[in-house]
Design a protein. Structure first.
Length: 741
């Protein structure tokens, strides 16, 4: 299977009910860290000028094995990303080893690139945004110590928002640091929950779906904790002014553990920047620490490959499942919080936030076979990465963890989905059905050492992904669906495609060909569009619309809409190859982009090939020339069928008054003039769409299934039932309208 969003294909090996597809044992051992490499060369004075980051790309298994041979041959060989066949992977080495590595690999099919010639430059850039451990201040966009983070939320932030927030400790780490949780909910709270000395901590269940979010479980992944604290701070500060955040907080019970591995994190800050594990001693070994993300009490704990039996390895799984106090306390808290009638958790979403690689991963990590809820996991992940891409254009891949990166055993999301403590009563049962690992920024430019300038953008992306995930994982926050009887005759079928336009037509804005007449009440039409090399691209503003990637080199075709009436709903579908689709308005010398799409349609939807495009929007102005631009992504060419449909015109006159005849669904439509409470708090009738962060006029890549209440955009929710958009059109939503999760 391929995950299609973000245009990065993630291949999942063949799945079977019992026997997973297996990579060669040595490659799995490398990927899971069984070899471990020489990862803890200690830099004198903690200076890293003598170190570089190499990127390997091995085209054969022999080449991967040849690279692995350096683990015992050079003083430092630290995998930053897992070794793989056919995909780049990063390794930190001494600069003095580069010539030897290149010479020994010259006879193998492997490329070696120095991507960071001086690791210390990354460390220096990061240090510029590091808050002093001796300072009590807290500023967003800085790297803070565990104590600074805990103190800020406990003593400064939360006391200002006691009506929605509290802090408590679920226990302490090996070295005695608090595992402090920030709880945010609009309902009843328990502000006295603590481990004193160590009873089970169980805040009162307030009847709302609970969400668990943890970060910095791997010590060197500083960006996760820093961006998570900015996100939590934003939720608190914007609750009073942002209706969508208020709706989220009032509907849910949110728990954030910002620093899940405080001992390792502080050791990384003060002693060894590349430290990953906890700081617990290991009996019989001088090596310290356990990988906390191989220590969870899942049935596959201790499996090799997938973890290591070597206490010196960065993926050592520990002496027993849950041996690490940090892991044990989280497991206790989550499992003792309470369950539904079927034995599943009150927690409906579990997220473990890591860096780096830009991935959204789901179970299984230990097995290539599909998890029982694989389709739901895939759909939620697609929505989440689309929302992330809509913020700053970052491309995330998604898929099952084992087949997307490598096999892991005893990891957090496999445990949350299927913990030992709660055995499944049925084959399709899950403890927390929606459990995900996020691998955040970036893809190797900074690695683990992101400058402070990355903190706020990363926070914005992860918040957008979290909110998109909530709309899938917590369907109870959407209004119930009610079928609507048809109240208007079906639209006429689309006519057969027209012949291809003559050569030269559509090659520029000035040569745009006509695409239908928008003056009619209802119109469907289709045109065959040849996309060839050599035609000119439109002006393209990525800050306006991030879902298409037209450049000056990409082939496009221009069409124009004639006699557009105000408020006409337009749906465009482009199939045939990897298309990009955009709508502009204005004159050819002064164009404004108003809608776009890249990959909303795939080979399971309306197109016969992957990466088809869909725009569903409202054309708000009369007397303005609109242009449609159909392009081929990254130079892709072919013949595309572009189909357009105009819905019934919605004039600016007031909506009709309710008639005495029975209204569709169980309840009447709202009175004229009231805002239409529809999906995500955005007014689709006024051309608004949810872009992952707020209501906007740009169509994002959110599939219709996110808005499960009604058949958008044909139907809308009137507060009690689904009604046809053509029967009821509302004025724009009021500023105070809440986001419906």
């Amino acid at each position: 299977r391929f995950s299609t969003l973000g245009r990065t294909r993630v291949f999942a090996p063949p799945r079977g009910p019992t026997t997973p597809f297996m990579l060669p044992a040595f490659l799995l051992s490398l990927a899971s860290g069984e070899g471990g490499g020489n990862t803890h060369y200690f830099a004198p004075g903690n200076n890293h000028h003598d170190q570089v980051l190499l990127r390997f790309n091995a085209s054969t298994l022999d080449a991967v094995q040849a690279v692995a041979g350096f683990e015992d041959a050079v003083p430092l060989f630290d995998y930053w990303t897992s070794p793989s066949l056919g995909s780049p992977f990063d390794v930190r080495v001494l600069a003095s080893s580069v010539s030897e590595i290149r010479a020994r690999l010259a006879s193998h099919f492997v490329s070696v690139e120095v991507v960071v010639p001086d690791i210390q430059t990354l460390v220096d850039n990061e240090a510029a945004g590091r808050s002093s451990s001796r300072s009590n201040r807290w500023l967003p966009g800085e790297y803070h110590s565990t104590d600074q983070i805990n103190t800020y939320f406990r003593d400064t932030a939360v006391p200002n928002y006691t009506h929605i927030a509290s802090t408590f400790s679920i226990g302490t780490s090996t070295e005695g640091r608090d595992l402090q949780v920030v709880r945010i909910t609009g309902g009843p709270k328990n502000t006295t929950c603590s481990y004193t000395p160590a009873p089970a901590c169980k805040p009162s269940y307030n009847g709302k779906p609970a969400i668990w979010f943890q970060s910095t479980i791997h010590a060197r992944e500083w960006l996760t904790g820093a961006s998570a604290e900015v996100m939590v701070d934003k939720i608190l500060k914007d609750y009073a002014t942002d209706a969508s955040i208020r709706q989220m907080v009032d509907s849910l019970d949110l728990y954030f553990l910002i620093i899940a591995n405080p001992d390792g994190y502080e050791y990384s800050r003060e002693t060894d920047r590349w430290w990953r594990k906890t700081r617990s001693p290991n009996a019989g070994s001088s090596c310290v620490g356990t990988d906390p993300n191989r220590n969870w009490a899942h049935r596959a704990w201790g499996g090799v490959p997938g973890s290591s039996t070597n206490p010196c390895s960065d993926v050592y799984h520990g002496s027993r499942a849950g041996s690490e106090p940090e892991v044990e306390r989280i497991q206790q808290f989550v499992t003792q919080f309470g369950t539904e009638a079927d034995g599943s958790s009150h927690f409906k979403l579990f997220i473990d936030y890591h860096t780096y690689s830009q991935m959204w991963l789901y179970p299984w990590g230990y097995l290539y076979s599909a998890a029982p809820h694989d389709d739901e996991h895939d759909a939620l992940s697609a929505a989440a990465v689309a929302a992330i891409r809509g913020v700053h254009g970052k491309q995330y891949t998604y898929g099952p963890a084992a087949s997307t990166i490598y096999v892991t055993t005893g990891d957090s999301t496999d445990w949350a989905y299927d913990p030992i403590e709660a055995r499944p009563p049925t084959p399709d049962w899950a403890y927390i059905k929606h459990a995900y690992t996020i691998e955040g920024r970036d893809t190797g430019g900074y690695g683990f050492v992101a400058p402070a300038s990355e903190i706020v953008p990363a926070s914005e992306e992860i918040f957008a992904g979290l909110r998109a995930a909530l709309r899938f994982a917590v369907p109870t926050n959407l209004p119930p669906s009610s079928p609507s009887p048809p109240t208007s005759p079906p639209a006429p079928p689309a006519p057969p495609p027209s012949p291809p336009p003559p050569v030269g037509a559509g090659s520029t804005c000035a040569a745009a060909t006509s695409f239908g007449d928008a003056a009619t009440e209802s119109n469907s039409f289709s045109v065959v569009v040849p996309i060839a090399v050599g035609v000119s691209s439109p002006s393209y503003n990525p800050s306006q619309c991030v879902n298409t990637q037209f450049t000056g080199q990409d082939p496009v075709y221009w069409l124009k809409l004639e006699d557009v009436r105000p408020g006409v709903a337009l749906e465009l579908t482009a199939c045939g190859f990897d298309t990009d689709l955009s709508i502009f308005r204005g004159s050819c010398d002064s164009l404004e982009q108003v809608a776009c799409d890249g990959d909303s349609l795939d080979d399971e939807g309306s197109c016969s090939v992957s990466y088809g495009s869909l725009i569903d929007t409202v054309l708000p102005e009369a007397g303005v020339q609109y242009y449609i631009v159909l392009g081929g992504f990254n130079g892709d060419t072919g013949t595309a069928t572009l189909t357009g449909t105009y819905a019934a015109s919605s004039s600016p006159s007031p909506p009709p008054s309710p008639s005495p005849s029975p209204s569709p669904g169980p309840g009447p439509s709202p009175p004229p003039g009231e805002p239409l409470p529809i999906c995500n708090g955005c007014n689709f009738a006024a051309g608004e769409y949810w872009n992952g962060v707020t209501c906007g006029t740009l169509e994002e890549l959110l599939p219709p299934r996110i808005c499960t209440a009604c058949d958008y955009p044909t139907e809308v929710w009137n507060g009690q039932a689904c009604v046809l958009l053509s029967d009821y059109v509302s004025p724009p939503a009021s500023a105070g309208q809440a986001d419906s999760l």
